[in-house]
Design a binder for this molecule. Sequence first.
Ligand SMILES: [Zn+2]
Length: 412
Amino acid sequence: MSRKLFYNLRIQAAEGGVRLSFYKSTPLFLSGSENGQPPMIRIYRKEEPAFSFNEDYGEYFDGLSPEQAEILFEGAMDAGNGRKYTYVDSLAKVGSTYAYWVSSDRGDPPVGPAAVRVRDAEIWWPQQEIDRRMERLSAMYPQLVTLKSFGRSVRGADIRGLLVGNAARRAAFIGLIHPGESGPELIIPAVERLLRDNGDELAHAGLAILPAVSTDERERLVHGHPGYLRTNGSGVDINRNFPAEWEETDYSYGLDTSDPDAITYRGPRPCSEPETRAVISFIHEAKPRCVFSFHCLASICGPAFFASKYARNDQAFSERSLPLLAAYTKGFYGLEDRPVRMSYACSSGSLPAWLYKELDVPGFDLEWEGEERSRITHTDKTTRELLRDYQDRHYQGMLSVLRELRERCEFD
Ligand SMILES: [Zn+2]
């Protein structure tokens, strides 16, 4: 078998298309051009419509061959510094998943596949967009909004949040504890609208938001990583890394939290991850009366509230929690009369477990509420229309929680 003439094939979905880069491998780089002729490079692309987010993973692409692929490009290319090639596929479609390969006319085996899923930047916001919106709010409402850094991610990204309005009665909203799930696209528009339309409320009850905790791996999804991602950049599940019965192994989803290969790995020790520590310093600073942490999938979650399993038989906890959850549910559904959905499902090492055990603060993961119309989020088919509807509903839920906090704290 002849040598592969290229290596380090990288791929990124970005504005305007899919960007490929790859390098001449050592033999090609050292031999230079053959008979004075540069190699003719071929770039192959194959759409993979069968790939399904959260049902298929990276292994889907293993062993795929370019046999039925289309040739996107064929010809000589200029190499940067004599070695690096780049190519932009501007015909890639949003919502599609593709595999790419590269080879030349020298009979070398193709390099690849490199896989990418092209996502809608209106549904999966890049970190830049999150930063831009939070900075704008702190500039527009300097009396009401404080933008603050609470730590850095494994790869050094700033994990920032906003403290908004009344500091004595705050509700906290946290996003992207799990990178493939939800947060900024629901939380930030709600805060924007609250400041614009109902700023008076914020004198009586306030908010604290930390919309993008696992920002590193979220960015990989924004830039086209095809499958679901759950852990941070070090392979740790942040929702198992909190110091709340951390050493108690949890076996949810057929996985084992002590197993470093599992996507629910709890980490080498409690609070080992900078993202976990950022959430903790955010909570210590915000001192919220209640905490809502957004989960489910592909930028959408519903009002199904998961509390710490340790709170199961605690009457006082449910008495304190239910009015808040009833307020959220009522706001979310408006005139429809819906029951509160609450279960004691959050495991050892989770944020709700830590809030309950260490701070005695009601904290909840928000999960899928079982509506058929939002089932599409499970396979990354969230539409702009569905997102707009959920943005509106979470805004109403948030407003309703603030009003509940105002009333219940009247006599504090
Ligand atoms: Zn989750």
